[in-house]
Design a protein around this ligand. Structure first.
Ligand code: NAD
Length: 295
């Protein structure tokens, strides 16, 4: 079993670090939050005094941080200097493609193997060890990272060169944001036209309108399988995080001159929803703003 540094023990990282410890690894955990660190220790990790201390002697370093600036700061200030040259560096945060590539190149220049490995799946999947990892980096770096990622997920897919994991993640979530809004619109319109939402679900979920947002994550309570809609839109994937990913997608689209009108509209609608709500409700709750008082 390996010694692993884990930095960033929040909603996602907490469960992921716990699963590495459960798999028998020696997990040296660090977070700026004392509460998060305490929870990781209760889950079987050893507390490190700093990010650099966590990296000392590590075979792998895993980070799960809020945004690009945190990732660049932690790698530049701590990980690059403290991790052994034999360590495999794995950033699982969702960040912009440009920063992921820049940090990946800096690692390579120092002779360190690094992958960007953002995840699909929320807090439940992080706790259950059923995340999907989309991985960017060289084939050799992927091979080294794969066993560590497999201990935290159900699927580990090599997307391509450095930054490709982040590219896959934001394209997937742009598709998800737009498809959720389209699903909400269809359900609201069906209801206004006199159809029972469950009846529309029964039809569309086995017809050409079927999609993940409808079939497995229907945004109305009592329709389809259990989803955050049945729990007053608590839990699941916060609208603020969907907005974060849509903004990353729009920045990436602008950087390569890609035309993404549906993604742009989804970003505008989530911008308005998060401004009007607190951003903490599940992203499917956007049906409330599309349906107005009728939902
Ligand atoms: P979070 O805010 O709960 O956790 C981030 C943790 O990082 C916090 O505990 C914070 O104290 C810690 N941190 C920040 N800067 C640090 C530093 N310099 N050194 C050490 N620790 C530091 O966020 P989260 O929900 O766990 O999300 C983490 C990442 O995963 C984000 O990039 C997010 O977009 C992505 N993500 C989240 C979800 C989700 O459902 N929450 C799903 C998929 C992807």
């Amino acid at each position: 079993m390996a010694r692993i540094a884990f930095i960033g023990l929040g909603n996602m990282g907490g469960g992921m670090a716990a699963n590495l410890a459960k798999a028998g690894h020696d997990v040296r955990a660090f977070d700026l939050s004392a509460d998060a660190l305490e929870r990781a220790v209760a889950a079987g990790c050893l507390a490190a005094e700093s990010a650099a201390a966590a990296c000392d002697g590590a075979e792998a370093v895993v980070t799960m941080l809020p945004a690009g600036r945190h990732v660049e700061g932690v790698y530049t200030d701590d990980v690059f200097a403290a991790a052994p040259l034999t360590a495999t560096l794995i950033d699982c945060s969702t960040i912009d493609v440009a920063t992921a590539r820049r940090v990946g190149e800096a690692a390579q220049a120092k002779g360190l193997a690094m992958v960007d490995a953002p995840v699909s799946g929320g807090i439940g999947a992080a706790n259950a060890g059923t995340l999907t990892f989309m991985v960017g980096g060289s084939a050799a770096a992927f091979d080294r990272a794969e066993p560590f990622l497999a201990a935290m997920g159900k699927a580990v897919i090599h997307a391509g060169a450095s930054g490709s994991g982040q590219a896959a993640k934001i394209c997937n979530n742009m598709l998800l944001g737009a498809s959720m809004i389209a699903t909400c619109e269809a359900l609201v319109l069906a209801r206004k036209l006199g159809l029972e939402p469950q009846k529309f679900y029964d039809i569309a979920s086995v017809s050409s309108g079927s999609c993940w947002s409808l079939n497995t994550y229907a945004p109305l309570p009592g329709v389809g399988p259990q989803s955050p809609a049945d729990n007053d839109y608590q839990g699941g994937f916060a609208a603020a995080l969907m907005l974060k990913d849509l903004r990353l997608a729009m920045d990436a689209a602008a950087s390569v001159d890609a035309d993404t009108p549906m993604g742009a509209r989804a970003a505008e609608l989530y911008e308005a929803f998060v401004a009007a709500d607190d951003g903490n409700h599940d992203f499917s709750g956007i049906i409330r703003s599309l349906a107005g008082a009728a939902s």
